[in-house]
Design a protein. Structure first.
Length: 454
């Protein structure tokens, strides 16, 4: 009897994958106890640990990391002398934002128009399911040809560095010959892509004070320094008129040399409204992969409903700065902090608190593991060649792993293609991409094992 192709094995496992992703998405695992109970993250971590034990992983452990969250670790031994591959994903998710804007409940996996909707379906609970699917297909098709370590992080979206600090304190734990980070995505659906660069990030919380307390705007307005107005002016100093990021001392003219992102495609992917222009200069790829980008991600101010005629005494904002490869995140943090203090109007008192930071990353795309992945992706996506692209997002762990294991090859793949709308309402995953990327990962592990034996 002829054994069925591994692609058919992967396809046969998809119903189970959907059921498991549905269970995992149901956990409201936002790693911020101010928004959701910590027990939701703990339950998600337990689910991941149980899934690894069910696949015969050894040494499964819930790791208490320094930021107060848990990462899940497991080890699956391979044949004697086989290389070790570390597979990464994270189970924590972004908050759902406005739940009323979702077309289906954010923590309930819902099929619609050929996609599966739910928070974390692509970023990155689907990434963990992708790893499980690849390993199950290999086990059903002759066995897993490498030793496998799995690490599933619990606070990646918060950028609080728990797993990075834990790995630095236990450097032997995640040591591997090759590392597959399952937290990026194809350039678009159906185009197999590995991510060659990641921007780093720094997150700052700035507080601005001008008065001892709020004042009546009729009695004092016009002379009393308004903290909210001062904050608006301060935040405006972070961008030029064309929208280019302008942090004193930070370079903003780097160019991207590689796969380009046509502006029309970007406008469609980003759902830019008709008549609204893009910001910045240079190509779209320059702006989102090679240059810094500042974003005000939150601001504390009185809501419109219930507002009183008052001059505000204080204001607070949270600022994210994406840092491209070639720039140091710690240096960028210092420049942004200095800029905020230097540009505060009217002598306003400014306090800056750092709440997250991660270095940018650049992969070595000439490594043997990339050759193995290219062959695997071309088999999983017939007629398509593997592409390499940048990614504007950040995965701080990548630089920690690169520093700890300089000989290890690091590849970045995943399910977060543009239609997935990660971090936004109505996040979704393409089941076809889940199936094809799981197949690609299984074939990669097989190809990589063969390359090491050659």
């Amino acid at each position: 009897m002829t054994a069925r192709p591994i692609s058919e094995t992967v396809a046969s496992l998809m119903p189970r994958a959907k059921a498991e992703l549905s269970e995992l998405v149901a956990f409201r695992s936002v790693a911020d106890p101010a928004q959701f109970p910590k027990s939701e993250c703990e339950a998600a971590a337990d689910w991941v640990a149980d899934a690894l034990r069910a696949e015969d992983f050894q040494d499964v452990a819930l790791l208490d990391t320094p930021d107060g969250t848990r990462s899940v670790y497991g080890f699956l031994p391979g044949p004697a002398g086989a290389p070790t591959v570390l597979l990464y994903a994270h189970y924590d998710v972004q908050p759902p934002l406005d739940e009323s804007a979702w077309l289906s409940p954010p923590f309930e996996l819902t099929e619609r128009d050929g996609r599966w909707y739910g928070r974390g379906s692509a970023d990155c609970k689907g990434g963990f399911i992708m790893h499980l699917l690849a390993l199950r297909a290999l086990k059903a098709d002759g066995g897993v040809p490498v030793s496998v370590k799995v690490i599933v992080e619990g606070s990646e979206e918060q950028g609080t560095g728990g797993l990075e600090r834990y790995a630095e304190a236990h450097p032997e734990l995640l040591a591997a010959d090759t590392i597959v980070i399952g937290d990026t995505g194809n350039f678009r659906v159906g185009l197999p892509t590995v991510t060659a660069t990641l921007r780093g990030m720094t997150m700052l919380r700035v507080t601005l004070d001008t008065l001892e307390g709020n004042l009546h705007s009729g009695q004092f307005g016009g002379a009393a320094p308004d903290a909210l107005a001062a904050m608006i002016q301060l935040l405006a100093s972070l961008r030029a008129e064309d929208g280019t990021t302008t942090v004193d001392g930070l370079a903003t003219d780097t160019e991207w040399d590689g796969l380009q992102y046509p502006e029309a495609d970007f406008r469609k992917d980003a759902k830019v409204l008709d008549g609204v222009g893009l910001i910045g200069t240079g190509t779209v790829a320059d702006r989102i992969w090679a240059r810094p980008a500042v974003t005000v991600i939150g601001i504390d101010c009185p809501p419109v409903v219930g507002a009183t005629p008052s001059v505000q005494a204080n204001a607070r904002a949270q600022i994210s700065l994406r840092v491209p490869p070639g720039q140091d995140a710690a240096e960028a943090t210092g420049l942004l902090t200095a800029h905020l203090k230097a540009h505060a109007p009217w002598g306003s008192r400014v306090a800056v608190e750092q709440v997250g930071q991660g270095q940018p990353f650049r992969a070595d795309t000439s490594s043997p593991a990339y050759t193995s992945m290219a062959r695997a992706m071309e088999a999983a996506y017939p007629g398509e060649k593997m592409q390499t692209s940048g990614m504007g997002g950040s995965i701080p762990l990548c630089n920690t792993l690169a520093a700890l294991y300089p000989e290890a090859e690091i590849l970045l793949i995943g399910l977060s293609e543009p239609e997935a709308q990660i971090h936004a309402v109505n996040e979704s995953v393409s089941p076809e991409e889940l199936e094809r990327l799981s197949l690609a990962e299984a074939l990669f592990l097989r190809n990589y094992a063969e390359s090491k034996r050659a």
